[in-house]
Design a protein around this ligand. Structure first.
Ligand code: SF4
Ligand code: SF4
Ligand code: SF4
Ligand code: FES
Length: 950
């Protein structure tokens, strides 16, 4: 349990090689040069009164409450804006200072409501605290003069209120929005007495640029900006440190509680990934965890057409065990398998893959990472020797040139997006390679040096063109390559990439990127200082996803941008535990730590610990499971926390496969789309009920702590243990910590990890073992994990998905800030206020050709299926390309996506689908139908996609 209040040092930490020694109130204090007197005092345990200062933003020096006396200096300087000097003698408390501070407080209080007892921030108000600290006993100016006490509240934001009557114009909110979040939504409008915080002329918070990150609410010292949940419940009485369960940034939070009710989620200043920042999802969108749609009781049914029947855990587990064994008896050992979830903890994932390998007796286990970052695992392993990103997030603070490919961090990974923006405002350069004009191309105080607006599907041609320039213009870091990389592979690659067919000029018709722009971008990346590549699903979800990952790794090695801060190749992982679910051995060919199942030595270690014989043959991948199901050889599936019927491509094929199975078990929070085809439903637990770990995009293993007891009565890993025990394979752990101990015992990169260490250090980045007992923030520092870095040939092979007369447009997909993945969680929160439905962005020219207007309902059809959604005319996409999100089941965007996939990993090609868009007045007759019974559930109509004569 954590204390409710975190220490506030008043001004940010400074790092310097020079230490300064000074005297504060008779104490000798030593701090890095550049530190403020206020912070130096706080570090020595002396808290100087303050109002406009807080340690997450730079000092501003407006309130004058923090004045101090410095020997030999006239006046009373503000301690927040005055840096320490060697030999300085400071007094923080004298009768003169007392008097001055009281005067300042009197002025503030004379224009502040005196409703402390009924104020929602009573007990957590810095103004109230400071009035006490300075000993305010009277307000000589009275309360009758001009004031702001009747100023109107802005309640427009669903999560926080703005009550200007309580504002002290300290501008902490304005600075937090600018410095921490980088949105610049707020200003102080007016001057002097008329100064007021404004979200834009005549604009409410909801209508403004505000993205609801909560940084201003966090920074506000009064009740002016206040969480509505605190207004409703009152102040929390204890806090538990845990980790956000949305995206791969893995922000640390303090769940502030009353009993087992969450009052608010506050980003943890000690959080290694977020350092006190958050986005709207982690900060506010946690209400789904107790949403009325949650299922708390296990349910079973004989056939998927039967109604569900609530049963006891014992009955549900017995029924599931008996059905799974019956399927195996009838169709063979390999006729069942499991899918692990990147939303679940490492411990929960580990026991599911163990269940499949040790109790099912095969390797038919796969993970949802199959459909997002499996090419990252393959590509980085081939080139560098390990399936993970190379840097920690803080590394970007030393980056000079960011090459951002196929990722939209301000929407998909917002806290890291803010960190990138901060570095860009400090002068780093940005190259964006993306078909869509994402916000980072141009936003307040940020402008990309180059936007390489490539055609969807042309990634590999584009990365080859960048490399061609580097090789042919003499920009290779020859010393790095000679020392760190395999010379034979490099020479082979150099000869290949230098071929004229890879030049920007020859590839321009494929990529759509002007050759001059491509050349300029390549030169900037190669010569601009520390170059770092960040990428997302716009790289991996292609038929050449793995090739593209290797292409980026080639680029980094050729320019020496590996092995130190500020550089590297960094996947921005989609879900909270994508990295972890892969690390835990979720792929059919790999045991934990990415070791092949055919390796006898590795298998024997597991066999000894698990007391089970393991199959040396890799099992089925998710698409193979679906194919085998439709062919009648795969009949039973355990699905952990994933909605494959919604998230996997070619929905009709997925649902036909599920319908063909005889035992489908779904473990989830809600009766999701996949549960429509299930025979057994095991209710799952939200992150607030879990005890375990998540591993984020920077390989950081974070603790997830139980904030409330499981509402289902059982932890998810306990359900798995009970199930396999009922199947005849006894499995038992007393707690999640014991599962981590087993992971550490069996996995070299996790050997030094334990809950005790995580609790002590906060988090660690793997590899964590004897060689690196406190983890490894940067990979490949002195050498690559595989020894010599390996350049791989990256031949561009166009996707088989082509536009045609009937499907002339390319559809590509992405995320929006307020929603997450298929929206199962965020749709059950007030986040729907920002994005109530999926929208199809259509270029003005394509819209005009089709007679479309903004807001029209349109039919979106591909070769495999179709759907209906609303159009938005937008020039963010180039002509010929349309874009949508996939957060709402009602849209069913994956009805449209095809089964083309990455050649190496089968990761679906979500980012390239040939489509036609036509105006529609109603959902098309071949499209999905819905029923809305509180649990939004979809019935798939028989597949009858538009027949095109091609
Ligand atoms: S919530 Fe975030 S984006 Fe909105 S005004 Fe506050 S700091 Fe700015
Ligand atoms: S809203 Fe809060 S943080 Fe912003 S100026 Fe007013 S008191 Fe300060
Ligand atoms: S969704 Fe991602 S960026 Fe937002 S709070 Fe959660 S982990 Fe952080
Ligand atoms: S805290 Fe230093 S001037 Fe306000």
């Amino acid at each position: 349990m954590a204390s409710i209040k975190q220490m506030d040092y008043g001004t940010p930490e400074r790092v310097s090689d020079t230490q300064v020694t000074l005297d504060i109130d008779g104490r000798v204090v030593m701090v890095p040069a550049g530190t403020s007197i206020m912070r130096a005092a706080a570090e020595a345990g002396i808290n100087v009164p303050k109002l406009c200062a807080t340690d997450s933003i730079e000092a501003f020096g407006s309130c004058r409450l923090c004045m101090v006396e410095v020997e030999g200096r006239k006046g009373t300087p503000a301690s927040c804006t005055t840096p320490v000097m060697p030999g300085m003698k400071v007094k923080t408390q004298t009768s003169r200072l007392e008097k001055l501070r009281r005067g300042v407080m009197e002025l503030y209080i004379s224009d502040h409501p005196l409703d402390c007892l009924t104020c929602p921030t009573n007990g957590d108000c810095e103004l109230q605290d400071m009035a006490g600290v300075v000993g305010l006993r009277q307000v000589r100016y009275g309360f009758d003069g001009a004031n702001h006490l009747k100023a109107e509240k802005d309640e427009s934001n669903p999560y926080f209120t703005f009550d200007p009557s309580k504002c002290i114009a300290c501008s902490r909110c304005v600075r937090a929005c600018a410095e921490t979040q980088g949105t610049f939504a707020l200003t102080i409008a007016g001057r002097g007495f008329d100064s007021i915080v404004s979200a834009g002329a005549e604009e409410s918070f909801m209508d403004s640029e505000c993205v609801s990150c909560g940084a201003c609410v966090q920074a506000c010292p009064t009740a002016t900006l206040m969480e509505k949940s605190v207004i409703e419940h009152g102040m929390p009485e204890h806090a538990v440190q845990t980790t956000c369960a949305y995206c791969g940034v893995g922000c640390s939070f303090r769940a502030e509680m009353q009993g087992d009710t969450v009052v608010r989620m506050v980003p943890d200043k000690e959080g290694g990934a977020n350092e006190g920042h958050s986005c709207v999802k982690g900060r506010f969108a946690w209400g789904y965890a107790t949403h009325q749609d949650r299922i708390y009781k296990p349910m079973i049914r004989e056939r998927i057409t039967d109604p569900w029947r609530e049963v006891s855990w014992e009955d549900a587990i017995g029924y599931a065990a008996q059905r799974l064994r019956a399927v195996q008896a009838k169709y063979g050992n390999g006729s069942i398998g499991g899918i692990t979830s990147s939303r679940c903890t490492n411990e929960e994932v580990f026991v599911v893959q163990k269940m499949v390998r040790a109790a099912f007796g095969n390797n038919n286990v796969d993970t949802c990472a199959r459909v997002c970052h499996s090419p990252t695992g393959y590509g980085l392993k081939q080139t560098f020797g390990t399936s993970a990103g190379t840097q920690d997030f803080a590394s970007v603070d030393d980056t000079d040139v960011m090459l951002l490919i196929g990722a939209n961090p301000t929407d998909g990974h917002p806290v890291f997006g803010s960190r990138m923006k901060k570095r860009l405002r400090q002068g780093a350069k940005l190259i964006v390679m993306d078909p869509r004009r994402i916000d980072l191309v141009k936003s307040p105080h940020v402008k990309a040096a180059h936007h390489l607006q490539l055609r969807p599907g042309a990634n590999v041609a584009a990365v080859n063109a960048l490399a061609h320039v580097i090789v042919t213009e003499g920009l290779v870091d020859e010393a790095f390559v000679a020392e760190r990389c395999d010379p034979v592979e490099f020479d082979r690659w150099r000869a290949f990439i230098a071929e004229p067919r890879n030049s920007p000029e020859v590839t321009e018709p494929l990529t759509g990127i002007p050759a001059s722009e491509m050349r300029a971008a390549a030169r900037l990346y190669a010569t601009g200082g520390n170059g770092a590549i960040y990428y997302g699903l716009g790289v991996t979800e292609h038929s050449q996803g793995s090739t593209m990952v290797m292409g980026m790794a080639n680029l980094a090695m050729a320019t020496g941008n590996i092995g130190r801060r500020g550089v590297g190749v960094n996947p921005l992982r989609g879900q909270n535990n994508v990295q972890g679910s892969c690390d835990m051995g979720s792929f059919p060919h790999e045991l934990s730590g990415y070791r092949h199942v055919s390796d006898d030595a590795v298998r024997s270690v597991f066999e000894e610990v698990w007391q089970a014989a393991l199959d040396p043959e890799p099992g089925l991948r998710i698409p193979n499971m679906f194919d085998a199901a439709t062919h009648g050889t795969f009949k039973g599936l355990f699905v952990q926390g994933e909605d494959i019927a919604q998230s996997d491509p070619n929905t009709h094929h997925v649902t036909s496969a599920l319908e063909a199975m005889e035992c489908v078990i779904v473990q989830d929070l809600f009766l999701n789309e996949t549960a429509t085809f299930a025979h057994i439903f095991f209710p799952g637990t939200s992150f607030l009920e879990k005890d375990g770990t998540f591993t984020n995009a920077e390989r950081r293993i974070n603790r997830v702590r139980q904030v409330m007891a499981p509402k289902t009565g059982k932890a998810e890993w306990q359900v798995i243990c009970d199930l396999v025990t009922a199947m005849g394979y006894p499995m038992h752990y007393d707690n999640a910590s014991q599962i981590m101990d087993e992971i550490a015992r069996l996995t070299p990169t996790f050997r030094g990890v334990s809950f005790e260490k995580l609790d002590r250090l906060g988090s660690v980045q793997w590899p964590c073992n004897d060689a690196a007992p406190e983890g490894t923030p940067l990979m490949h520092v002195d050498g690559f994990i595989r020894g010599k870095g390996r350049f791989m040939i990256t031949e561009f092979v166009p996707t088989e998905e082509r536009t045609s007369r009937y499907f002339p447009l390319i559809l590509t997909t992405g995320r929006i800030l307020s929603h997450y993945n298929v929206g199962a969680q965020t749709r059950r929160t007030a986040n729907v206020a920002w994005h109530p439905e999926d929208i199809l962005e259509v270029h003005p020219h394509d819209a005009e050709e089709r007679g479309l207007r903004d807001g029209d309902l349109v039919s979106l059809a591909s070769r495999v299926g179709g759907t209906t959604l609303r159009a938005k005319i937008s020039d963010r996409m180039p002509q010929g390309v349309v874009y949508t999100t996939f957060h709402h089941p009602v849209t069913g965007a994956n009805v449209v996506t095809t089964e083309h996939s990455d050649w190496a990993t089968n990761c679906p090609e979500y980012k390239v689908t040939a489509v036609q868009v036509t105006r529609s007045n109603q959902p098309s007759d071949w499209q999905v139908q819905y029923e809305s019974d509180g649990i939004q559930r979809r019935q798939i109509a028989p597949a009858s996609p538009p027949q095109a004569a091609e």
